[in-house]
Design a protein. Structure first.
Length: 59
């Protein structure tokens, strides 16, 4: 899945982002939740991990 699509769904769900060197940190109410690597395509297994950590459906 495209990284930009994942970030759009997270943004729509109320998450904010903090850009780092190699990853984007995902925050909810200012608290760290997870990270998304800087790759154009994110593997479906990693998307499942992000879904579990954030509690929202992405795929």
């Amino acid at each position: 899945m495209k990284r930009k699509d994942i970030l759009k769904k997270l943004r729509d769900a109320g998450f904010t982002f903090a850009e780092g060197g190699n990853h984007t940190r995902i925050l909810k109410d200012g608290r760290y939740v997870t990270v998304v690597g800087r790759h154009n395509e994110i593997d479906d297994r990693m998307v499942k991990v992000i879904e579990r950590q954030t509690g929202i459906r992405i795929l």
